[in-house]
Design a binder for this molecule. Sequence first.
Ligand SMILES: *[C@@H]1O[C@H](CO)[C@@H](O)[C@H](O)[C@H]1NC(C)=O
Ligand SMILES: *[C@@H]1O[C@H](CO)[C@@H](O)[C@H](O)[C@H]1NC(C)=O
Ligand SMILES: *[C@@H]1O[C@H](CO)[C@@H](O)[C@H](O)[C@H]1NC(C)=O
Length: 383
Amino acid sequence: MASSSFHCLLFCSVLFHLIFFPSLAKSASFRPKALVLPVTKDSSTLQYLTTLSQRTPLVPIKLTVHLGGQFLWVECEDYISSTYKPARCNSAQCSLANSKSCTTECYSPPSPGCNNNTCGLLPDNPINRTAGGGDLGQDMVSIQSTDGSNPGRLVSVPNLLFTCGSAFLLEGLASGVKGMAGLGRAKIGLPSQFASAFSFRRKFAICLSSSTSSKGVVIFGDGPYNLLPNIDVSKSLIFTPLILNPVSTAGAYFTGEPSSDYFIKVKSIKINEKVVKLNTSLLAIDNEGYGGTKLSTVNPYTVLEKSIYNAVVNAFVKEVANIPRVKAVAPFGACFNSKNIGSTRVGPAVPQIDLVLQSESVYWRIFGANSMVQLPRPQFQTP
Ligand SMILES: *[C@@H]1O[C@H](CO)[C@@H](O)[C@H](O)[C@H]1NC(C)=O
Ligand SMILES: *[C@@H]1O[C@H](CO)[C@@H](O)[C@H](O)[C@H]1NC(C)=O
Ligand SMILES: *[C@@H]1O[C@H](CO)[C@@H](O)[C@H](O)[C@H]1NC(C)=O
């Protein structure tokens, strides 16, 4: 049993967050303990996708999962719904959303995304690094409840706040995607709105698969998180505080806004238990909001600052000096013929990479299964 629970942790990053705000949305009589959204990995873009049912009548909306995203935004071009409500300027909804703009008059016929006297936000697409303005509105969302093991009945959130985004913001997103599901720490991020609607703890878990053939999941609310039969992964977690970056990291934002991204404090990096020499001041968030370690679902692989990347790759290569290298395949810097690498229960037999967190005894250990990417054979050539 220990081995299977261990195995699952490798593929999961479970995180929690706590924030408080006045409750806004009202729930129906059945009160779920937790909600669940299935997540798949798109094989062409490597984006994590989910589907949320929205509007009246309900329409399934395919979305790219954006862990640090400020809120839900959807493209509103063919939006038909009898329950859509624009958020009027200066309303409680606009202030909860921290909107600093008001569209007094929209010059096209009224529709979701174009209403007079409606406050606006700045939806962004961090994949193509685009951002725009869009109306804040509310509509019905239907989502599956769960007891932590099995899917339960569908429940609805009648007035979920979201933003309309322009069609150009969809560029670079996976085929069929109509917006982004922002799970960030903003007050109108999906975790906060769901917790508020059903009065459960402001806590969520996300388990992502590195493979495009197996599913991941987002669970909003308290555990158990029985991601494997009869194994509650919430019992075997390592904890680290989430850090607030006081400067927004969104593509566009109102001045003074903090970041909705989740940061953690990585103090050092070890490979095979040896500390990698690097400029540790880059591991802290500076006055302008740069630096630090952000958890992201929109970059297909880990992104490192250049000097840190070079130090990590060099240290790793030194530790596997006995494994012949092959010509690197972009975007990677070090590639090896998999024939020369043994395999273990936790993936290819390569040195483990530890992200050392708040103390030496707390680290995020990355084994071969999560540090190595298997590429198709024909791309390999010896140098
Ligand atoms: C906004 O108000 C103006 C002036 O009253 C009106 O002509 C226009 O049709 C309205 N637009 C919308 C989108 O409601
Ligand atoms: C958006 O991203 C895709 C994929 O990276 C790229 O092919 C495309 O040119 C980008 N579009 C814009 C407008 O930047
Ligand atoms: C380390 O990084 C900081 C922040 O970019 C920079 O100011 C400093 O000069 C760097 N130190 C070294 C020794 O490179």
